[in-house]
Every structure is written in C-alpha cells, then in structure tokens.
Design a binder for this molecule. Structure first.
Ligand SMILES: Nc1ncnc2c1ncn2[C@@H]1O[C@H](COP(=O)(O)OP(=O)(O)OP(=O)(O)O)[C@@H](O)[C@H]1O
Ligand SMILES: [Mg+2]
Length: 257
C-alpha cells in the first residue's frame, strides 16, 4: 500500500427532491487497499458510489483521481479514469455465455468496418486469461450464465469489469456477497483480496459487518446520507461499528467523552 490516494471524494452531496441522499461526504482510498462502506438501508451508500462510477452527477463536490480533479458525468468518463463499478444486480444476461457477457457491448471485431467479424477465439482466450489470473476455473467459457451459481456469476461480473477497465485503478462493488452462502462468499472475498494485492483500490459496500471488518483495511460508516466515521478497521469492533451505524456520530461523542 502506498500513501498517495488513488481516489479522493471531496464534499460530495446529492439530493433527490427533499431527500438528502448524500450530504458532504469525503473519503479517500489508496492503491492496494480495501475500503468498506457500511450503513443502514437508505444511508446513501449506493448513491455515493454511483457518483464515483459516473452513473449520477453530484449536486456539489468533486473527485480526484491520482491527484487530478475529475467529476465524471458518464460511466465512460469514470471508466477512462480507471474506475469500474459492479452493481448489486451484476447486470449479466442469463441467456448469453460467459464470454458473451464479459464482452457484452464492447465485442472485439476484425475485418472491414462494413463487414465486421467477431473475434470469438480472441475473446474466449482473453476471458480465460482474466479468469485464470484471478485463480478461477470455470471449465467452459461458452456455458450460459443462467447455469452458474451465485458465486460464479459474481466472478463473471468481476472478469467483465476487469476486461472493461482501461487503466484499472479502482473497483467498486455493491454488496458482492449479499446473495451468497458462506463458502461462495469466501471465494469472492478471497478474490477481492487478490484484486487488492495486485494494486487495485477496492471499495466494497456490505451489510455483513463481521465479514467486512475482516476484509477491509479502512471503513466509511454512513448514516442518513452523512459520514459518521472514516478510519482504519483496526479501531473498530462489531459492537462499535453497529453503534456508529445506528446512533451515528453520537456514538463517537460518548466514547470520546
Ligand atoms: N433515484 C432516486 N430517486 C429518489 N430517491 C432516491 C433515488 N435513489 C436513492 N434515493 C433515496 O436516497 C436515499 C439513499 O439511498 P441509497 O440507495 O443511496 O441508500 P443505500 O445506503 O444504498 O441503501 P441500501 O442499503 O438499502 O442499498 C434513500 O432515502 C433513497 O430512497
Ligand atoms: Mg444500496
């Protein structure tokens, strides 16, 4: 882990009408680090990360990527800056194969522009290579995604994000293990650690506090759109974390006083 943040969010706010979904939130994440984000339902976690991924524009605040100011207004702009997000629903197409999903919307083609030909073998080889680099063996790249387990689907979504990344720096994952059992969660969490160890800054939203405390290096706790804590996980235990989520900054004041 280096000390310079790869991503900084500075004073991000976003309202929907009278609902203040995110209020003046600032955080940073460094290469080779996992930042966990926790908070109750409606705390603003997904909204904040959708700002980071370029899916929604903030009302105020900005991002800095490797020190340069950037506030993406499209997913393409965020992607060009090295930010990829995997949404909770994964966005996979059940009736397409693993390879087709990994390259959906950005297929590799060859031949003349008027008569493009899909470079199927090259895409299959690339998919296999990405999955192998993550230590994943799916056996058959042409199998339909509908036949895969929850954990395997998560793997395909991760492979897809890795292939999409121009300059891979930040990977944001919204509830990657929410729908998974214990052993599949472990596989996905191992993969998150591997991404971190290859130099990614990984941001993980999760409701599973014990799991996240073990996984994340630092934690951002949100309540009612506001950040109530941003610091190393080693300063927190499950009890204290729950206090912060439920009571917000009041939990800090009490322990400080
Ligand atoms: N597109 C939208 N239009 C109107 N209100 C929205 C929209 N998206 C989010 N909100 C509101 O903003 C607040 C924050 O929502 P957000 O989805 O960011 O919370 P969250 O922390 O991700 O919750 P969860 O844990 O349930 O996923 C909520 O009050 C929600 O109802
Ligand atoms: Mg959410």
């Amino acid at each position: 882990m280096t000390d310079a943040p790869v991503l900084e969010a500075v004073g991000i706010s976003k309202s929907y009408g009278r609902v203040r979904a995110v209020v003046d939130v600032s955080f940073d994440v460094r290469p080779g680090e996992i930042l966990g984000i926790v908070g109750d339902n409606g705390a603003g976690k997904s909204t904040l990360m959708n700002v980071v991924s370029g899916a929604i524009a903030p009302d105020s605040g900005h991002l800095r990527v490797t020190g340069r100011q950037l506030t993406p207004h499209t997913i393409g702009q965020a992607r060009a800056a090295g930010i990829e997000m995997i949404y909770q629903d994964l966005g996979l197409s059940d009736n397409l194969s693993v390879v087709e999903n990994v390259f959906l919307g950005r297929e590799w083609t060859g031949g003349p522009a008027v008569l493009p030909v899909l470079r199927k073998k090259a895409m299959r080889v690339r998919t296999q290579a990405v999955l192998e680099s993550l230590g994943i063996d799916l056996h058959d790249m042409n199998v339909l995604v509908e036949g895969l387990s929850g954990g395997q689907r998560q793997m395909v979504a991760i492979a897809r994000a890795l292939v999409a990344a121009h300059e891979p720096r930040v990977m944001v994952m919204d509830e990657p293990t929410a729908a998974l059992g214990t052993s599949e969660s472990r596989v996905v969490n191992d993969l998150i650690v591997r991404l971190r160890d290859t130099g990614y800054a990984v941001v993980v939203i999760s409701h599973r506090i014990p799991e996240l405390l073990e996984l994340a290096d630092r934690l951002l706790v949100m309540k009612g759109g506001r950040q109530v804590h941003h610091g190393p996980t080693r300063d927190l235990d499950v009890e204290r974390c729950v206090q912060l989520i439920v009571r917000g900054a009041a939990a800090l004041e009490r322990s400080a006083g």
